[in-house]
Design a protein around this ligand. Structure first.
Ligand code: SF4
Length: 448
């Protein structure tokens, strides 16, 4: 007797997607890409609306008649199936669709393949087969399981004279907010307890898309800094913001920090304080009155940790500029600071600024800067002794556990050395702080 082996279980169980493609050859290519991605993820394709778990309508918005045709196709798909994702040219103006069909699951613009795939994943999650798939649902991560970086955009619209990133990666391209949030949700499901938001310029998020709006869980959200913070803040995990520039709209986030939604931590790369050097650096927001802003942030969010980086020995930096920076640092009392000696990266405009600062002077300024900041850091950490702080456990240390408080980003800031029993990586525990040094805290895990 022979036994028939059933080998097609995965195909049979895979969700099915229908697709209607309208418009020009560019739209057709977009549809082909979406289909390719769907198949590579194991989805089945359906020739009829009725058999599909979800239907994608790729619209055309070139002429009024084409728009009418697209709207009619969406209506037909909604009537026959009810679960519809709209993409393509009409998606560039989502209101033109949601006004007529508020029940569509998602609207994404042309060429937004990743956003379409995120919407499909939500509507009809792919079958993950650990024996066949090489990639887990949350993607491949190089960080430990309990924290992850969330990249919200590529490129940069600024033109800092020491930086060649814009010439390497181009202008700012923000990921659609629904795509970013879908990734964040996948990370949380996979066990991530802390998300670190990264980009080249986090506060500029969405400017390139004119803050494109999308339907999301019965509401409309914009591809915008504050909307992103609000939504991430509702995930119930730690959310840490990196590379934020002090544009005025950044002030809105402190309310979310006070409410415990976003960690009271902000990473702002100031790079210098002297107006002349900042002008030569062509820094974004360099005319903002940063000291006043820092004082007002601390007033509105007393637990705030401010992290920053600085460059010393920038071409044209005079003794007076450097002394100005040191005085500014005393006034600013930043919590966490990194400092680099200027390096002339090939292709950077700053290399043309005269005079260059000689290496010995750079070295001397760097040491003076670090010594001054070390004292500030030690004093700020000492003021935490006696407090009880929530700490996320990263690892085992020599004499106990290594963790971080809300004031410490992984890799770049300090640690909290914790004694206690039975703690695991990713646990968030209360720690009574008993001791401090220049960069680290020491304490004991306590109940509650
Ligand atoms: S903000 Fe300035 S330093 Fe940062 S990536 Fe853009 S150009 Fe480079």
């Amino acid at each position: 007797m022979t036994t028939k082996k059933k080998i097609n279980t995965r195909e049979e169980a895979a969700p099915t997607v229908g697709l209607v493609s309208l418009g020009c050859p560019k739209a057709l290519v977009d549809s082909e890409r979406i289909l390719t991605q769907l198949r590579s993820e194991g989805y089945q394709l359906s020739p009829s609306y009725e058999d599909a778990n979800v239907v994608i309508v790729n619209t055309c918005g070139f002429l009024d008649s084409a728009k009418q045709e697209s709207l009619a196709a969406i209506g037909e798909a909604l009537d026959s199936n009810g679960r519809v994702i709209v993409t393509g040219c009409m998606g560039a103006e989502p209101e033109s669709i949601t006004k007529v069909y508020p029940k569509v699951l998602a609207v994404t613009g042309p060429q937004q393949y990743e956003a379409v795939m995120s919407a499909v994943h939500k509507a009809a999650p792919p079958i993950h087969d650990p024996y066949v798939d090489l990639v887990p649902p949350q993607g491949i991560k190089l960080t430990p399981r309990h924290y992850a970086y969330l990249k919200i955009s590529e490129g940069c619209n600024n033109r800092c004279s020491f930086c060649i990133i814009p010439s390497l990666r181009g202008d700012l391209v923000s990921r659609p907010i629904i795509q970013v949030l879908a990734e964040a949700e996948r990370l949380v499901t996979a066990g991530v307890k802390e998300i670190l938001v990264i980009s080249q310029d986090t506060s500029a998020y969405g400017i390139d898309t004119k803050y494109q709006a999308y339907p999301w869980k019965n509401r409309t959200i914009r591809t915008k800094f504050i909307d992103l913070c609000r939504e991430l803040g509702d995930l119930g995990i730690w959310v840490r913001l990196h590379y934020v520039y002090p544009y005025p709209h950044v002030d809105d986030v402190f309310e979310l920090m006070n409410a415990g939604k976003i960690l009271p931590y902000i990473d702002i790369p100031f790079q210098h304080a002297s107006p002349a050097v900042l002008k030569n650096m062509r820094r974004p927001a360099h005319q903002e009155k940063t000291l006043e802003r820092i004082h007002s942030w601390r007033k509105s969010c007393p637990d705030l940790t401010i992290r920053s980086t600085f460059i010393v020995g920038f071409p044209g930096e005079t003794d007076a500029d450097f002394e100005f920076l040191l005085e500014w640092m005393q006034e600013a009392q930043l919590d966490r600071v990194g400092c680099f000696k200027y390096e002339p990266v090939t292709g950077a405009k700053a290399n043309e600024i005269q005079p260059a600062v000689v290496e010995e002077v750079k070295e001397e300024r760097w040491h003076r800067f670090m010594q001054a900041q070390q004292k500030i850091s030690a004093a700020r950490l000492k003021s935490k002794v006696g407090k009880i702080l929530p700490v996320i456990i990263d690892d085992m240390g020599e004499k106990g556990f290594l963790g971080r408080s809300s004031a410490d980003a992984p890799e770049i800031d300090g640690n909290v050395h914790v004694t206690g029993k039975g703690l695991k990586q990713g646990d968030i525990v209360n720690v009574k702080i008993t001791q401090s040094d220049e960069y680290d805290l020491f304490g004991k895990a306590v109940a509650g």
